[in-house]
Design a protein around this ligand. Structure first.
Ligand SMILES: Cc1ncc(COP(=O)(O)O)c(C=O)c1O
Length: 392
């Protein structure tokens, strides 16, 4: 039966064939979109014992099971929860594994709203929050305390794309009994499989490449065998389930994610290499470039790169950055990424405590979409010229 064959090994075969069971749904190739709160029971005894597969909409449906099964096949995980946004995919596991009096280590180049959650809600709940240098590697052992319960990683880091030595960090964390979490949105499980490198909990903003069309918000959290029961229990306790149409759209997006990623990767590398030759660009922050300080780690652990990176301009500040953005006509100005269209944003790293530079000029983040590379280069060239024309 397609979908369950042992011949499905490659990642693109998995993307095409996992998460659907046509034999269970009259042969239809895609699973049904189940809109449900109520589930009926055949009799009182079944109802009292809850001894049937589905019992209530918040706890899972054939639609959420389809996506979770597909993600498990990609991640190599024991279980996956599906939540309403990428940010919820960050906050729910942190709530699951941290309690008052615990200490959490979070990489300083983390996605800003993750930091905001830690600095507000986690601190209010009595958790001690500490940020660490992204390049720390095995040195994280020096920061681990008896009450360190979670080490949170994100590699490459948001906006500045520092690579982390995930196996070294996981090793040190595990020696101290801490849970290792990773926001793996940049690579997706196509280019990096966190659980194979010692991570316990893999987090994705499925809003980005899995959804791929800038129209859906969704998050997934996948756990290894040891940590799945607690993650699942917290998900049920919080009632933070996702809407069926969004879940279906992400499963649909997975079918083409492999080929979209290949296109993002190729166009992005071509543009990144070209940007390295532009006189007004000081640095290109993309780990797949040989010039990037994290390139060796990227090459060791990752099998590809996606479509978002940053450039640092040679000198100047906000006026130059705004001139660059305002001159763009193909790129949109927007905070998200992973969709089919190119986007740009002026990066702000003011909230960082350790990984804050120095940078020679403004940092501009570019998400390279599926447009033609020549059109994108022309747009960026016009933006660089506009930035150059600003006297600062
Ligand atoms: C690295 C990373 N993680 C998580 C998220 C959050 O995803 P969402 O927008 O679905 O909440 C984002 C969004 O930009 C992100 O860049």
């Amino acid at each position: 039966m397609a979908g369950q064959s042992s011949r499905i090994k490659g990642v693109n075969s998995k993307l095409a064939h996992t998460g659907n069971k046509p034999d269970e749904f009259f042969g239809f190739v895609n699973p049904p979109v189940v809109h449900a709160s109520t589930v009926l029971f055949p009799d009182a005894a079944t109802m009292a014992s809850r001894s049937q597969k589905y019992v209530y909409g918040t706890r899972g449906t054939p639609t959420t099971d389809a996506l979770a099964t597909a993600i498990d096949a990609l991640e190599g995980s024991a279980g996956t929860i599906i939540v309403p946004s990428g940010l919820a995919a960050v906050t729910i596991p942190l709530l699951a594994f941290l309690s008052a009096g615990d200490h959490v280590l979070i990489v300083d180049s983390v996605y800003s709203p993750t930091r905001n959650f830690a600095n507000t809600m986690l601190k209010r709940l009595g958790v001690e929050v500490e940020y660490y240098e992204p390049l720390i590697g095995a040195g994280i052992a020096d920061l681990i305390k008896p009450n360190t319960k979670v080490v949170f990683t994100e590699s490459p880091g948001s906006n500045t794309f520092e690579m982390q030595d995930i196996p070294a960090i996981a090793d040190a964390a595990h020696k101290a009994g801490a849970v290792v979490m990773m926001d793996n949105t940049w690579a997706t499980p196509v280019y990096f499989k966190p659980l194979d490198y010692g991570v316990d909990i893999s987090i994705h903003a499925a809003t980005k490449y899995p959804a791929g069309h800038s129209d859906v918000l969704l998050g997934t959290v996948s756990a290894n065998e040891q940590h799945w029961p607690k993650l699942h229990e917290t998900f049920i306790t919080l009632g933070c389930c996702a809407a069926p149409d969004d879940v279906y759209q992400v499963l649909r997006g997975l079918r083409t994610m492999g080929i979209r990623l290949e296109h993002h990767q190729k166009s992005t590398l071509e543009i990144a290499r070209w940007l390295e030759t532009q006189p007004s660009v000081s640095r290109v922050l993309h780990p797949a470039l040989e010039s990037h300080p994290g390139h060796t780690l990227w090459k060791r652990d990752f099998s590809g790169s996606s479509g978002i990176f940053s450039i640092v301009l040679k000198g100047g500040g906000k006026a130059k950055a705004h001139a660059f953005l305002d001159a763009l006509e193909v790129f949109g100005l927007g905070y998200s990424w992973g969709g089919y269209e190119s986007l740009a944003v002026h990066v702000n790293i003011d909230d960082r405590t350790v990984a804050n530079g120095p940078y020679e000029g403004p940092i501009l983040r570019l998400q390279i979409g599926l447009e033609d590379v020549e059109d994108l280069k022309e747009d960026i060239a016009a933006a660089l010229a506009a930035a150059e024309a600003v006297a600062e």
